[in-house]
Design a protein around this ligand. Structure first.
Ligand SMILES: [Zn+2]
Length: 256
């Protein structure tokens, strides 16, 4: 099986667009559809014709170009059943545990309510890829617009349970601000200190911080580390539940 190819590109103010291409079948999926011309330009750079959109959630900066891209390519749009009414042009709905084939690659749907009530992530276990959109960012997680912190904590635990080597593409370049915040709650984590320095250098050079991996996030992302004794000590929450610690980290980030 030839490896899948990926084209990741910045668009809008701080979004990432991602195209996933199967060289065997020539299928190409756009993970969300943030901006028509940026997505089209990325496809044309690689000579790919977009056959699918995998929608993660209904926010306008993820579905705005659905209908325009559908018109242009005649593509098929897959998205979460729970948000189907808010996803323009949706053809096929998926729920937690849904699986389908992209070429010969299995895709598994993971529901991750929190940022929105119906947010889904797309996991390709054989290719070791995860498209996490606005659930899990490098050193961060999505804001809680539609579900409480306990739900988001449970969603993040599903992602943390994937193999460490899983490569994660996410929806926004917020990484430097996330790193600065992470250091306020996890100041003595040597892996986080080293990563912060790397991120500063990456951004200063005008480059982007995508992708990350599940293993790296488990070591450095405070939103996955509510059980960590060091973080709990900083927060004065040694005896709290993981959900309560996570909620406090999220609350502090909202006001950072
Ligand atoms: Zn969003």
């Amino acid at each position: 099986m030839e490896a899948l190819q990926i084209e990741c590109f910045p668009c809008r103010s701080d979004n990432f667009g991602v195209l996933l291409h199967d060289p065997e079948t020539l299928l190409t999926a756009s993970i969300d559809a943030p901006e028509e011309l940026a997505v089209v330009a990325a496809a044309e750079r690689r000579g790919w014709k977009i056959s699918h959109i995998f929608t993660t959630h209904h926010h306008p900066d993820h579905v705005e170009a659905n209908l325009a891209l559908k018109e242009r390519y005649g593509l098929s749009i897959i998205g979460p059943a729970a948000e189907a009414k808010k996803i323009p042009g949706i053809d096929r709905t998926v729920t937690d545990g849904s699986t389908f084939l992209f070429g010969s690659n299995p895709v598994k749907v993971i529901e991750t309510p929190g940022h929105t009530a119906g947010h889904v992530c797309y996991h390709l276990p054989e290719a070791k890829l995860l498209f996490a959109a606005d659930t899990l960012f490098a050193l961060g997680c999505g804001r809680l617009f539609e579900r409480p912190a306990a739900d988001m904590w449970a969603s993040l635990q599903k992602l943390a349970a994937l193999p460490d080597e899983t490569v994660v593409y996410f929806g926004h370049e917020y990484t430097l601000a996330n790193a600065r915040f992470a250091l306020t709650v996890d100041p003595d984590n040597p892996r986080l200190l080293a990563r912060h320095a790397e991120i500063e250098a990456t951004r200063a050079a005008g480059r982007f911080t995508v992708p990350t991996t599940i293993g790296l996030e488990k070591e450095t992302n405070p939103f996955l580390r509510a059980g960590d004794p060091g973080i709990r000590a900083v927060l004065g929450m040694e005896d709290a539940t993981n959900e309560a610690v996570f909620a406090e980290i999220r609350r502090r980030k909202d006001h950072f």
